[in-house]
Design a protein around this ligand. Structure first.
Ligand code: NAD
Ligand code: DAU
Length: 351
């Protein structure tokens, strides 16, 4: 069995990638390495946690010695690196935490891989899952982010992800490590931590709490259903060319206010409210510092070269997402109460 290391697999996107790989590839032993920060939730993976080709490892990528040991013990044939601090607002409050995990953690992983794979640099693959935020903000409505767009990160989060992308490319150029990078737009879907726009607003609408729209709600994001991102990651991992970058996005731009209004409309229907009731919760608040105006991905390369395309229209994906949150109130209650953080101690630690 080939051993594949997925980092950050207890988080939002990582858990969907782990599930896809565990179910689709019985010939892979999937190792999910996660330190279980506030964003890591093992309850995201209860359906596959007992699969024979799945192993959870609690560990921190900022710990270089731990990684060296892990790579010595297991002959990994590939790494899919998702572990990161991922929330822009938190990066504004605490940039150093983002440097530690996103930059130092990534370099630690690169070092562990480089050392372990030194006699076999042709084969194992180091795949870095990154973000479109490294390209900065688009101001001309005609423009899209291409793989060749110069990096211009504007937030501490995007600066840390840009830095980690540069290190991955540097290890490819300098040490000939086999690498691929993908840069994806905003994801939404089940299991997203309710600090991000869509799950936060679903939660607040349910609880009749204010919906804090930053600035005038004019910023534009390009939304992709998380399972379509996981499918793209599978294709890039298996078909991506050494040293290449692939942009991933759904050609699905929404102004924040339009998205929030659509969300309110669907929620009114689902909750049996009269149309317009949830919209009254919209509250305009001080804008995010350095708020990027618009992101929009040109995903032609991955579509043309690897045959990927999104499977869901946005309205359909949004409805599925809302249904998931409404049907999984225990998941949301555990996250908001903090109980989810006890899952490892009660279900794993004594094994
Ligand atoms: P998330 O915050 O939901 O999950 C991150 C996971 O990483 C958590 O399980 C956390 O416990 C783990 N982690 C954090 N620090 C760690 C450390 N030091 N050691 C080990 N594990 C650690 O993030 P997400 O939204 O699922 O994003 C996953 C990746 O995809 C990130 O690299 C992010 O930059 C990238 N990305 C996210 C989006 C998006 O819209 N969410 C879009 C494009 C790219
Ligand atoms: O583009 C990819 C990126 O998308 C990922 O790399 C990040 O990890 C991910 O967090 C996401 O970043 P954003 O900052 O775009 O996502 P967020 O959900 O925080 O915000 C989406 C938009 O909504 C953004 O313009 C800010 C706005 N917003 C957000 C929150 C949380 C609000 O107006 N109010 C809010 O309360």
């Amino acid at each position: 069995m080939e051993k594949i290391l997925i980092t950050g697999g207890a988080g939002f996107i990582g858990s969907h990638v782990v599930r896809l790989f565990v179910n689709k590839y019985p010939n892979y032993q999937i190792f999910n390495l996660d330190s279980l920060t506030y964003a890591g939730n093992l309850a995201n993976l209860t359906d596959i946690e007992k699969a024979s080709n799945y192993t959870f490892v609690k560990g921190d990528i900022t710990d270089a010695n731990f990684l060296t040991q892990l790579f010595t013990e297991h002959n990994f044939k590939g790494v899919i690196h998702l572990a990161a601090e991922s929330h822009v607002d938190r990066s504004i409050l605490n940039p150093l935490e983002f440097v530690m995990t996103n930059v130092i953690g990534t370099v630690n992983l690169l070092n562990a891989a480089k050392t372990a794979w030194k006699n076999d640099l042709e084969n194992p693959l180091f795949y870095h899952v990154s973000t479109d935020e490294v390209y900065g903000s688009l101001h001309n409505p005609e423009d899209f982010f291409l793989e060749t767009t110069p990096y211009d990160p504007q937030s501490p989060y995007s600066a840390s992800k840009a830095s980690s992308d540069h290190f991955v490319r540097a290890y490819h150029n300098t040490y000939k490590l086999r690498v691929v990078i993908s840069n994806c737009s905003n994801n939404y879907g089940p299991n997203q931590f309710p600090e991000k726009l869509i799950p936060l607003f679903i939660h607040n609408i349910q609880k009749n709490k204010p919906l804090p729209v930053y600035g005038k709600g004019e910023n534009v994001r390009d939304w992709l259903y998380v399972i379509d991102h996981a499918r793209a990651i599978d294709m890039v991992f298996h078909g991506g060319k050494n040293g290449e970058t692939y942009n991933i996005g759904g050609f699905n731009e929404w102004k924040n206010l339009d998205l929030v209004q659509l969300l309110c409309k669907i929620m009114d229907k689902k909750l049996g409210r009269t149309e317009g009731e949830s919209e009254k919760l919209i509250t305009y608040v001080t804008d995010r510092a350095g708020h990027d105006l618009r992101y929009a991905i040109d995903a032609s390369k991955i579509m043309n070269e690897l045959g990927w395309k999104p499977s869901l229209q946005f309205e359909e994906g949004l409805e599925k997402t809302i249904d998931w949150y409404l049907n999984n109130t225990a998941w949301l209650d555990n996250v908001t109460s903090g109980d989810y953080q006890k899952y490892y101690e009660t279900q794993y630690a004594q094994r």
